[in-house]
Design a protein around this ligand. Structure first.
Ligand code: ADP
Length: 465
C-alpha cells in the first residue's frame, strides 16, 4: 500500500520504488500486488480498468462508498488496484490539499475494509510511509478488523520528515478501537501515523542502513522512538530499475553506450547538452538534478558555484535541473546572465532531460542534508557519471571516495559551501587525469544496484515473520 507508484503517480523516490519492487518480487516467484489511491492522472485515462469490489464504510460520522478498480492488462507486470473515493482522492495532485488527513485516512480504511472481505488473507501487508502508516494499527486494534490481526505487517520508511500529524479531534476518523491502545497512535499529543506505524508494524525498514542510524539522532521528533524500536528496524537499500535506467537501451537518449564505448557515447550526449545549453564541451560538466529544497542542499549551489568560479577559475561547467523553493529558483536564474558559456539552469520537471544529463555529465553533485537512499547517484554511476556526495544516508552506503581503497566517487563531510567548493576542485583535478577517470567510469558501470539483491532481502524479511 502506497500513495505513489511509478508510472501511475510519482513525486519522488517512493514512486520509483513501489513501481519496481513488486515487479521484481513477482519475477522471483512471489505474488505482489499494489494498492494506491485513484488520482486523476494520465495513466488512469490511458488504461483499461475493471471494478473488483465496492464497499460502504465510514470516516467518523461520514459514510461513503468506495470502489476498487484493477488495471486489466497487467501492463506493469503486477496487479495494480486503485481505490476510488468520489470527491476525496480523484484529484490531479497527490499531496498538498488541506484535507489530506481525511483523504489518506479514508484511503487506508477502504483498503483494510476491502481486505477484510477477501476469502484468502495475504501473507504479508507491506505499507509505505505515513500515508499507509495507520494500517498496522487498524489491523491490530480496531474491533471490526480483528480477524486480520495475525497478518504480519512491514512498514518501509522512505522519508521520516513527513509524518502525517493529525489533531486528536480527528482520532474518531479511525474505526472504533481499543481505548487502552491510545498510546499506539500518539506521539507528543498528536495522532502521528508514521509513529503509529513504527510502533505497530511487525518490522520496520528504512531505505539504507546509514539513514536508520541517523534517524536515532535526527528524525524530526521521532529520535527516541527509533532508539526504542531499533530491534525491529533494518535497512534495505533501494535498487534501480535497470530495464528503465540502462545507457544501452534508454528510450530518452539517442546515443546509446555500454561499458566498452562509454567515453565516446558520453561525449556525444555531452555535446548535445553543451549545444542546447550553450556550454563549453572542453570543460568538465557538473550537474545537479533534483528538488530545489533544503533537504537536498540546493540552497548551497549558488554560492558554491560562484566561489568555485572565483577561487578555482572558470574551468568547469554547471547545469542544474530542478524546481522547488522560489528563492533558490530565482538565485539560480539570476546567475544565467553571468555565464561565460559555463553555466545554465532549467527550472521544472523534465524526465527526458534528466536521462540526457545522467548520460552526458562528467559529475553529479548531491550536497544533501538528508538522503534516505538517493537514486540519482545510482542512476549516474550506471551511466558512468561520477557522484560528488555528502557523507550521509544512502549516499554514504553507495559511494566510496576515490581516494580510498576501491573507491570511485567524491565524498565530503558537511553540507556547507566550503566543502562543496572543495569537492568541485577535486572533480576538476580528477577530470585532468583522463586515465584515472576512465578507470573510475568502468568501475562504476560494473557496480550492481539492481533490485534482485534488495528483493531477496525483503523476501527473507517476510519469511522471518
Ligand atoms: P527524492 O525522492 O527525495 O526526491 P530520490 O533521489 O529518491 O529523491 O528520487 C529522485 C527522482 O526524481 C530521480 O528519479 C530523479 O531523476 C527525479 N527527479 C527529481 N527532480 C527532477 C526534475 N526536475 N526533472 C526530472 N527528474 C527529476
Amino acid at each position: 500500500m502506497s500513495a505513489e507508484c511509478y508510472p501511475v503517480a510519482k513525486a519522488g523516490g517512493l514512486g520509483d520504488v513501489v513501481g519496481a519492487l513488486p515487479k521484481y518480487q513477482n519475477q522471483s516467484g512471489h505474488i505482489a500486488k499494489v494498492v494506491m489511491p485513484m488520482y486523476r492522472t494520465k495513466f488512469l485515462i490511458a488504461h483499461e480498468w475493471e471494478v473488483v469490489h465496492k464497499g460502504y464504510t465510514n470516516l467518523g460520522n461520514w459514510w461513503f462508498t468506495y470502489t476498487i478498480i484493477k488495471e486489466k492488462n497487467n501492463v506493469l507486470d503486477f496487479d495494480l488496484y486503485l481505490v476510488d473515493i468520489n470527491g476525496l482522492l480523484d484529484r490531479e495532485k497527490i499531496y498538498g490539499y488541506s484535507d489530506d488527513p481525511e483523504r489518506f485516512t479514508a484511503f487506508q480504511i477502504s483498503v483494510v475494509d476491502w481486505i477484510s472481505a477477501w476469502a484468502h488473507q495475504p501473507d504479508v501487508i507491506h505499507v509505505h510511509d505515513y500515508h499507509a502508516g495507520l494500517i498496522p494499527f487498524m489491523i491490530k486494534h480496531c474491533y471490526r478488523y480483528q480477524h486480520l490481526q495475525n497478518i504480519p505487517t512491514v512498514l518501509t520508511i522512505h522519508n521520516a520528515q513527513y509524518q502525517g500529524w493529525m489533531g486528536w479531534d480527528k482520532s474518531n476518523f479511525i474505526p472504533a478501537w481499543d481505548p487502552w491502545k491510545r498510546g499506539m497512535l500518539d506521539w507528543q499529543d498528536t495522532v502521528n501515523p508514521l509513529a503509529s506505524g513504527i510502533k505497530c508494524a511487525w518490522k520496520v525498514t528504512t531505505v539504507s542502513w546509514s539513514y536508520l542510524d541517523e534517524l536515532r539522532v535526527s528524525a524530526n521528533g521521532l529520535e527516541a522512538l527509533f532508539e526504542y524500536e531499533k530491534g525491529k528496524c533494518v535497512g534495505i537499500l533501494n535498487g534501480i530499475d535497470t530495464s528503465v535506467w540502462d545507457p544501452a537501451t534508454d528510450k530518452y537518449i539517442e546515443n546509446h553506450f555500454d561499458i566498452e564505448d562509454a567515453d565516446i557515447g558520453k561525449l556525444k550526449s555531452k555535446k548535445l547538452l553543451c549545444e542546447t545549453f550553450d556550454l563549453d564541451i572542453e570543460k568538465p560538466l557538473i550537474v545537479f538534478i533534483g528538488r530545489l529544497v533544503g533537504e537536498k542542499g540546493a540552497d548551497l549551489l549558488p554560492q558554491a558555484m560562484g566561489d568555485s568560479f572565483y577561487h578555482i577559475g572558470r574551468t568547469m561547467n554547471f547545469l542544474i535541473l530542478g524546481s522547488g523553493f522560489p528563492e533558490v529558483e530565482s538565485a539560480l536564474e539570476s546567475m544565467k546572465p553571468l555565464s561565460q558559456k559555463d553555466y545554465n539552469v532549467y527550472i521544472g520537471y523534465n524526465e527526458s532531460l534528466s536521462h540526457l544529463m545522467y548520460a552526458g555529465a562528467d559529475f553529479i553533485l548531491m550536497p544533501s542534508r538528508v538522503e534516505p537512499c538517493g537514486l540519482n547517484q545510482m542512476y549516474a554511476m550506471r551511466y558512468g557519471t561520477v557522484p560528488m556526495v555528502r557523507n550521509t544516508g544512502g549516499l554514504r552506503d553507495t559511494v566510496i571516495d576515490y581516494g580510498d581503497e576501491g573507491g570511485y566517487g567524491i565524498r565530503f563531510t558537511y553540507a556547507a559551501v566550503g566543502d562543496v567548493t572543495q569537492a568541485i576542485w577535486r572533480a576538476v583535478e580528477l577530470y585532468k587525469d583522463e586515465e584515472r577517470l576512465k578507470e573510475i567510469r568502468q568501475q562504476m558501470m560494473q557496480l550492481d544496484f539492481s533490485w534482485e539483491t534488495s528483493v531477496k532481502q525483503y523476501i527473507e524479511l517476510y519469511k522471518s515473520l
